[in-house]
Design a protein around this ligand. Structure first.
Ligand code: SF4
Ligand code: SF4
Length: 267
């Protein structure tokens, strides 16, 4: 099943326009749960309608040179990766949080309270993903093997039920019921790149001086990123920490480190 260039462009325009809108909504503290869900439904829906550009499948195509995938031409994919890395450096993983169809599906399916990662597990998962990323690069560049193909992402979003790998992604989506974003956190090469940009993102969810250090945000975070000194590489801007916080204004999507955050970071 093919996808014409026009809807793909629409998907890209959606991502590029929605990114600053969502950043603004987080900054204005207007990114309420219903609005988060609204963006998640739109993004997941666009995955099925358009298989929007800039999802990991296209990254794999760019790496392997495996021919045009269901998305933008490969040179444009590389430019777009760079653009989204810059956007992520400014405003955090908004693309992963609310705009990627794969991420949106997993976010919609995961329900609280379920398994939450602790800091040690997070380090292991991140180490695994970096090794996996290198393997994808080596397999693609040296052997022209597109490893991500075995996940059946394209087949899943095209609802190609008879395709050989369709069920692999179905299983991953099923795992998302009780484990937060398994594809994002273990396997996504785009996620690796965006997590590097997010490590130094200018705007992110930060503690303010109003924080009482009750720990509610850390208990609520499924990705072990709500600690005061956490870099937010794996923060998907789900908003659970803010919703769990009992103190008004203790967590803000902002640019500057507060004194509280700096102190905690040095403890
Ligand atoms: S980590 Fe990959 S799959 Fe997950 S939301 Fe980000 S780009 Fe999408
Ligand atoms: S709970 Fe907070 S820190 Fe954890 S992933 Fe969600 S938004 Fe990020």
């Amino acid at each position: 099943m093919g996808v014409s260039a026009i809807p793909q462009s629409l998907g890209l325009i959606y991502a590029l326009l929605a990114f600053p809108v969502i950043a603004g909504l987080w900054y204005k503290r207007m990114m309420t749960r219903p609005i988060v869900f609204l963006f998640l439904f739109i993004s997941a829906g666009l995955g099925f309608l358009l298989f929007s550009p800039m999802v990991p499948y296209q990254i794999q195509q760019a790496i392997t040179g495996g021919g045009p995938g269901p998305g933008s031409p490969l040179p444009l994919v590389i430019v777009l990766v760079a653009i989204f890395m810059v956007l992520t450096f400014v405003a955090g993983r908004i693309f992963c949080g609310q705009l990627c169809p794969i991420g949106a599906l997993q976010e919609l399916i995961y329900t609280d309270p379920k398994h939450k990662t602790n800091a040690a597990q997070k380090r292991v998962i991140m180490a695994f993903r970096f090794i996996w990323f290198v393997l994808i690069l080596v397999a693609g560049i040296l052997f022209s093997v597109a490893v991500l193909r075995i996940f059946g992402i394209k087949e899943f979003f095209y609802l190609d039920l008879n395709a050989p790998f369709f069920s692999v992604f179905v299983i991953l989506i099923a795992i998302s019921l009780f484990f937060y974003r398994p594809f994002c956190r273990f396997f996504c090469p785009f996620g690796v790149l965006l997590s590097l940009a997010a490590a130094k993102s200018q705007y992110k969810i930060r503690r303010t001086d109003a924080c009482t250090r009750c720990g509610a945000c850390e208990r609520a975070c499924p990705a072990a990123e709500a600690g005061a000194g956490d870099a937010k590489m794996e923060c998907y801007l789900c908003g659970r920490c803010i919703r769990a916080c009992p103190t008004e204004g203790a967590l803000m999507y902002s640019r500057e480190n507060t004194e509280t955050e700096k102190e905690d970071h040095h403890e």
